[in-house]
Ligand binder design. Structure first.
Ligand SMILES: Cc1ncc(COP(=O)(O)O)c(C=O)c1O
Length: 378
């Protein structure tokens, strides 16, 4: 199977696999005996390396189980901390965000939060002016660094400047962007930033929320008071060290890999663009490893994203139809809908460090036939 779904999860790096195989059993890093102190040293070394790779201070790194927990902690935590019940500020959220954000915000809305939703354009880029106008009186604002479906880069600098001017903490969901474009927490101006290890070739179930030292946040869960009380629970020193290793490597190879991915995704987009019924909503200003296209149905019929994904799967290519698949249930992509596209089959092809030129050659050879069959199936 040729993997064109690295944006969902990219395979473990060789160095990470080797480090995992060689790992010694670690004690609880909060234990005061020598074994605990050794685990603590591994954990704090990892925290320092994660911080250095992302332009943060080690005390700003709150280790979590990944992007979903980080986004939930950022949004629920900031809203809860913004004042007493009945006097909390609004949440500002673009409609093209990942479900980790949208569903957390919807839950808070049912708890009584005011939600200000911000539109996106035909490339899934957030309307920065509308977001800035929605900031006064907000408890927290959030935005992707780049769309995880279309790959389009978001107006990070503009929105961060507006949030700073309005005194509203900004959370950036950089889960899909880290390792593919430069991400520097301090320079970004954000109060919080989410990152996940499995997008970088590290283990699943590990991630971090970077939390600026002046940010006010309530914890999601309570217990032993680890990590400034923001994330109680025994810390995963091994997971953190493998995450740090994957992140460091991803950042070190970013420049060369981004250029290679850009060239390969350009080739894919150039090959599909002339095909009947194919549109490429976000060709420019995008994450280099993502090629996203939509396929229109024939004769006014809606195209079926699952059919296209299935045909490519049968041909030996693992791809994404861009929709959020929760528990294996495909939902129509809210992002594609927010871009004003209905009845189209989205296809997200995402590359990684193991993608070779010949994988792309093979994909380009089967894409036209698969697209034509999926359109005819409508
Ligand atoms: C942009 C973005 N945010 C959040 C998440 C959720 O992260 P996790 O799966 O680590 O919980 C993902 C994962 O697909 C993502 O792509």
């Amino acid at each position: 199977m040729r993997l064109f779904d690295h944006a969902a999860a990219t395979p473990l790096r060789v160095s990470v696999r080797e480090a995992l195989a060689a790992a010694e059993p670690l004690a609880n890093p909060s234990s005061t005996h020598r074994a605990g102190q050794r685990a603590r040293a591994v954990l704090e070394d990892a925290r320092e390396r994660i911080a250095a790779a992302l332009g943060a201070h080690p005390t700003e790194v709150v280790l979590t189980s990944g992007g979903t927990e980080s986004a939930n902690l950022a949004l629920k935590g900031a809203w809860w901390a913004s004042g007493p019940v009945g006097a909390r500020g609004a949440l500002v959220v673009p409609v093209g965000e990942h479900h980790a954000t949208l569903d957390a915000v919807e839950w808070l809305e049912r708890e009584g939060a005011e939600v200000r939703r911000i539109g996106v354009d035909a490339r899934a880029v957030t309307d920065a002016a509308a977001l800035a106008a929605a900031l006064p009186g907000a408890a927290v604002a959030t935005m992707l660094w780049a769309s995880n479906e279309l790959g389009s880069l978001q107006p990070v600098a503009e929105v961060a400047a507006a949030a700073a001017a309005a005194g509203v903490p900004l959370h950036l969901d950089a889960v899909g962007a880290v390792g593919h474009v430069p991400v520097d927490f301090a320079a970004s101006g954000a109060a919080m930033l989410s990152v996940a290890s499995h997008k970088l070739g590290g283990p699943h179930g590990v991630g971090a929320l970077l939390v600026r030292r002046d940010a006010r946040l309530e914890a999601l869960h309570h217990g032993g008071g680890q990590q400034r009380g923001l994330r109680s629970g025994t810390q995963d020193a091994l997971g953190a060290s493998l995450f740090a290793l994957a992140l460091e490597e991803a950042v070190a190879e970013l420049a060369t890999e981004a250029e290679r991915h850009r060239r390969l995704t350009d080739r894919i987009l150039a090959a599909v663009r002339p095909l009947p019924g194919v549109r490429v909503p976000a060709a420019e200003d995008r994450l280099p490893h993502i090629a996203h296209l939509v396929v229109e149905g024939e004769g006014g019929r809606a195209a079926q994203g699952e059919a296209l994904q299935f045909l490519l799967d049968e041909a030996g290519f693992a791809v994404s139809n861009g929709s959020a698949c929760s528990a294996g249930v495909a939902r129509e992509s809210h992002v594609v809908r927010a871009c004003g596209l209905e009845g189209v089959a989205p296809l997200r092809l995402s590359l990684g460090r193991t993608t070779a030129e010949e994988d792309v050659d093979a994909l380009i050879a089967v894409l036209p036939g698969a697209i034509a069959r999926a359109r005819a199936l409508g």
